[in-house]
Design a protein around this ligand. Structure first.
Ligand code: G4P
Length: 291
């Protein structure tokens, strides 16, 4: 899988985080709740070591609610504060300031004891592209803030976004990607649309997605594609082979045929991805916590 992830931009972003970490009280990491591990940059641990952390599970409106609960418990068990959010709909975002103050309660108490009342709390916001970072920031700031971007002509430096009199965010420009070494990370980012389809083979993606949904959420395929039942997976079939057979089954049902009576599986794969991303098949989480 050939995904462009701009190592130069990553280096710049890492440097900026390292420089700025001393200026913030906490770090807020925004994740896609459908893929909380794949949408995470593993270097964040090392870059932000020691700072209190708030994990925002964003896009909860698109994720499996049961799985989101498990993920929230998982991140809490690691010692992070957790906020579940649908930044687009505005669900959960109003709890941000309270969650930060709760996370920093000891520190704020210590400031108060030293007479530093009204000291501004600063939070660094991190997230991979398309996770909903700008939507989230705009929602909690209550207005549209300029998007921090890192591309020629639109280079913006870091920006401080005031939330209320006592709270400021540091929006980080640049690009922070997860590691693509594990194939499932690349697939998850592609399923959710975080990386563009034109750099990936849509049919292969469709096969993998079909296989995953058939394994974890079979009812969604039966209902969504009005199938009497799902074809059983044969022992010798891998994800691609089984997924391909499912694409054929559903494509045939929809009448996507090409000359010779074969199914246009590429068209079906495109439609599957579109419908999956638009939420037409339901709410899904693509990876689960280990425990
Ligand atoms: P980024 O800064 O992390 O790159 O992401 P951004 O906020 O630009 O969001 C990317 C897309 O995801 C936007 O959709 C945005 O509306 C949508 N989005 C963000 N958070 C959520 C969420 O919690 N739930 C859902 N369902 N969608 C979310 P778009 O199609 O690019 O723009 P728009 O037409 O929605 O404005």
């Amino acid at each position: 899988m050939n995904i462009q992830w701009y190592p130069g931009h990553m280096t710049k972003t890492r440097r900026m985080i390292a420089e700025q970490i001393k200026n913030v009280d906490a770090v807020c990491e925004i994740l896609d709740s459908r893929i909380p591990i794949s949408s995470r940059n593993p270097d964040v641990d090392e870059l932000t070591a020691g700072k209190p952390r708030l994990v925002v599970l964003n896009r909860v409106d698109q994720a499996d609610p049961q799985a989101t609960k498990r993920w929230a418990d998982y991140f809490r068990s690691l010692g992070y504060a957790v906020l579940e959010s649908d930044a687009k709909g505005g669900e959960g975002t109003a709890k941000f300031a309270g969650a930060v103050r709760e996370l920093l309660a000891d520190k704020l108490r210590a400031y108060a004891q030293k007479g530093q009342v009204g000291r501004v709390v600063r939070v660094m916001i991190l997230g991979i592209p398309n996770v909903g970072k700008s939507t989230f920031i705009n929602k909690i700031a209550g207005r549209k803030t300029a998007k921090t971007e890192d591309r020629p002509g639109v280079t913006r430096s870091k920006q401080w976004v005031p939330i209320d009199r006592g709270l400021e965010l540091l929006d980080t420009p640049g690009i922070l990607w997860p590691k693509f070494e594990d194939q499932s990370v690349g697939l998850n980012l592609a399923f959710t649309g975080a990386v563009k389809d034109d750099i990936l083979d849509v049919e292969t993606l469709g096969c993998h997605l079909m296989s995953y949904l058939a394994g974890q959420y079979p009812e969604s395929l039966v209902t969504g594609y009005k199938l009497p039942s799902l074809p059983e997976r044969k022992e010798e079939e891998n994800d691609i082979a089984y997924g391909y057979r499912l694409l054929e089954t559903v494509g045939r049902k929809r009448g996507f045929l090409i000359s010779g009576g074969d199914v246009d599986t590429e068209r079906m794969a495109k439609i599957l991805l579109d419908e999956f991303r638009a939420g037409k098949l339901g709410r899904f989480t693509l990876e689960m916590p280990q425990n």
